[in-house]
Design a protein around this ligand. Structure first.
Ligand code: ADP
Ligand code: TRP
Length: 321
């Protein structure tokens, strides 16, 4: 199955991103033909600073490679290195009724948040359709907010197919409803916007411990059994534990011999060791950014070949010399 994921590079990644989006995505490379790219043309729609956009693009590549994207299994590239997507975007625009875009929630939400209403923001779904259709993508794993964009893609593809024959594969979205919402240190949804996140790549173990110490817990005095149900520390720790280890931790809570401080230290140890290999890889890639660029170039070369073949068909169909 050909699966495509697009990454919006938005800075430091947290544990919510990891368990809610990255880990399930990276696991797909074991069973599917996975294509993953960094959507820097999409990020341009909301970027305010050129250097920052470049930096975030490269940082995202380094983070995803460190956390497990394997370039031997996954085609991994930066969107702007395959400019054919912009040609397809233009051609698809011709098959995109204005009403379809006017109904898009994400445009309205962004404008409501104060992002200036410009044409790139408005036509964002058409570029996303081009990403998806250029590749004959079969499945697109998305968060709920992106479902409508895949539906718009299907509408555009259907219009063109009706006129010119079966040029495009109709993609389907995959939404993982089972994925839990990961809580932040205050128990609300972990988010970089709420100042409640625990970042994956903390600089030192000490800083990670400090962050874990800020997790809000109840005030049961030391010596009394603790309730693990609904405890933020327990909920975060259990992400890293198998069934037996969870029961072990529940027993420790109930024994009354340990306090929240012990469990915050235990959580810190779990997080620190879970990402140890990723941290080492990241340090390596940060030192050897030429290797990262080579990986992205290889991915882009592979994609450009696929894109050229598809564009030859599309151009021929619509009458571009
Ligand atoms: P943030 O809320 O920090 O801005 P993003 O909106 O950039 O995070 O999310 C990127 C991806 O990570 C999305 O697919 C989203 O569903 C997932 N994600 C973010 N926060 C959480 C969370 N607390 N629990 C589960 N998944 C999350
Ligand atoms: N719009 C997606 C997001 O904000 C990113 C994206 C761009 C994408 N092009 C895509 C996702 C193609 C899947 C397929 O998360």
């Amino acid at each position: 199955m050909r699966v495509l994921t697009g990454i919006q590079a938005s800075g430091k990644l947290h544990i919510g991103n990891y368990f809610g989006a990255m880990k399930p995505m990276i696991e797909l490379q074991e069973s599917e033909e996975l294509f993953t790219f960094i959507a820097n043309y999409h990020s341009l729609t909301t970027s305010k600073n050129a250097n920052l956009l470049k930096q975030l693009t490269l940082d995202a590549a380094i983070d995803y490679l460190s956390l497990g994207i394997d370039p031997n299994k996954t085609t991994f590239w930066v969107q702007s290195d395959v400019p054919q997507v912009l040609e397809l975007y233009w051609i698809l625009s011709k098959f995109t009724p204005m009403g379809l875009l006017e109904r898009a929630h994400s445009y309205k939400d962004k404008v409501a948040k104060g992002i200036p209403a410009n044409h790139a923001l408005f036509s964002y779904p058409v570029l996303m359709a081009a990403d998806i259709l250029l590749l004959d993508t079969q499945k697109v794993p998305v968060g709920k907010d992106q479902i409508q964009h895949v539906e718009i893609t299907r509408d555009i593809a259907t219009k063109l197919n009706n006129e010119y024959g079966e040029i495009f594969t109709l993609p389907e979205y995959i939404v993982n409803d089972d994925l839990a919402t990961i809580p932040g240190i205050d128990g609300q949804k972990m988010s970089k916007s709420y100042d409640n996140a625990i970042d994956i790549f903390m600089e030192t173990e000490k800083k990670l411990q400090k962050r874990c110490n800020k997790i809000i817990s109840s005030s049961t005095p030391l010596g009394e059994p603790l309730e693990f149900n609904g405890c933020n520390i327990y909920n975060l720790a259990s992400l890293f534990l198998d069934k037996d280890k969870k029961i072990e931790l529940q027993n420790r809570y109930q024994s009354g011999k340990e306090g929240y401080g012990h469990f915050k230290k235990y959580l810190k140890d779990l997080i620190w060791s879970e990402f140890e290999e990723a941290r080492e890889k990241r340090a390596y890639y940060l030192e050897h950014q030429d290797i990262v660029r080579d990986i992205l170039n290889d991915g882009a070369n592979k994609m450009r070949k696929i894109a050229d073949a598809k564009m030859a068909t599309v151009r021929e169909a619509v009458g571009i010399l």
